[in-house]
Design a protein around this ligand. Structure first.
Ligand code: ATP
Length: 276
């Protein structure tokens, strides 16, 4: 594992019965950078995320995470410890907000563990002791800060389910950021977004990288997002890494163009350039 890496996935294999979803995969993610995982449907991208975040126990291989708080072998931890102790946060392909709760409340829920600790697991909170009140204020401040970062401060008290789709997507990222992660794993954050919303997403992710130094691991099909914001791209096909490099290198890689879509070269190039 290189000194600059936050994550090192080594020889990861995940089998489901006879299916080898991920096959001896190795890649790294550099600290403070945006690393993308791309590939056709069924290539194994979400399975990799599920192994990193403890939803699946890999069949074999190691997943090392290292940042200023310590060093962990994620394949040995459960999902709760991966998020709480190793500070890995994730979003899902489908939106998982609490639609009936307000935007602000959704961001407060993300800080539940911190608040529970500060409340002495309820009692101190019931009595409203100053240390709990301070923790509660800090949680509200953090939630409002992230609402501001995604341009939704004005809509703090609106039900999350009533927000436009693109805003809900960014609210999910804000919710993940409220846990102050070292590694943020985003599974298709641009799915279903229009061009304007994708541009707003790009802006947000670049801001998170620049201003917070958060390392980002990104699964995305929208090439207008991947090519514009990624520092490094890994391409999977049938669970195997077929290429990795800068956006320019990936865009020009004939192996990627041919394998990524199984389409003819012209069609593949159009998609790689975000024209479809
Ligand atoms: N829980 C599971 N049980 C059985 N097979 C699974 C399971 N999860 C994933 N697979 C299989 O593993 C392979 C990889 O799936 P995965 O969802 O990781 O691909 P993906 O690259 O994320 O695809 P997409 O871009 O469509 O989300 C597929 O063949 C899928 O059917």
């Amino acid at each position: 594992m290189n000194i600059n890496d936050i994550l090192s996935v080594e020889n990861l294999t995940m089998r489901f019965g006879g299916i080898v979803a991920v096959n001896n995969l190795s890649f790294t993610a550099e600290r403070g950078k945006i690393t993308a995982l791309i590939g056709p449907n069924g290539a194994g991208k979400t399975t990799v995320f599920n192994c990193i975040t403890g939803f699946y126990k890999p069949t074999s291989g190691t997943i090392k995470l290292r940042h200023s708080d310590g060093e962990w072998r994620l394949e040995r931890l459960n999902d709760f410890r991966i998020s709480k102790i190793a500070k890995v946060a994730r979003t899902f392909q489908n939106i998982r907000l609490f639609p009936g709760m307000t935007a602000l409340e959704n961001l407060m829920v993300a800080q539940h563990n911190t608040l529970m600790r500060a409340s002495g697991f309820t009692l101190l909170g019931l009595f409203g002791v100053p240390s709990y009140r301070a923790a509660e204020k800090a949680a509200i401040d953090l939630a409002r800060y992230w609402l501001d970062q995604i341009g939704l401060l004005e809509r703090a008290d609106d039900a999350a389910g009533n927000l436009p789709y693109g805003d809900q997507r960014r609210l999910e990222i804000a919710r993940a950021m409220c846990t102050e992660p070292a590694l943020l794993c985003l599974d298709e954050p641009a799915a279903g977004l229009n061009a304007r919303e994708s541009a707003a997403l790009n802006e947000l992710l670049l801001k998170i990288r620049a201003e917070h130094g958060t390392s980002i691991l990104l699964i995305e099909h929208d090439m207008s997002v991947v090519m514009q914001i990624s520092d490094h791209i890994n391409v999977l096909d049938y669970g195997v890494k077929i290429a990795d490099g800068t956006p320019q290198q990936i865009r020009d890689n004939p192996k990627v163009i041919a394998a990524y879509l199984g389409a003819d070269e012209e069609e593949a190039i159009a998609v790689m350039e975000g024209e479809t």
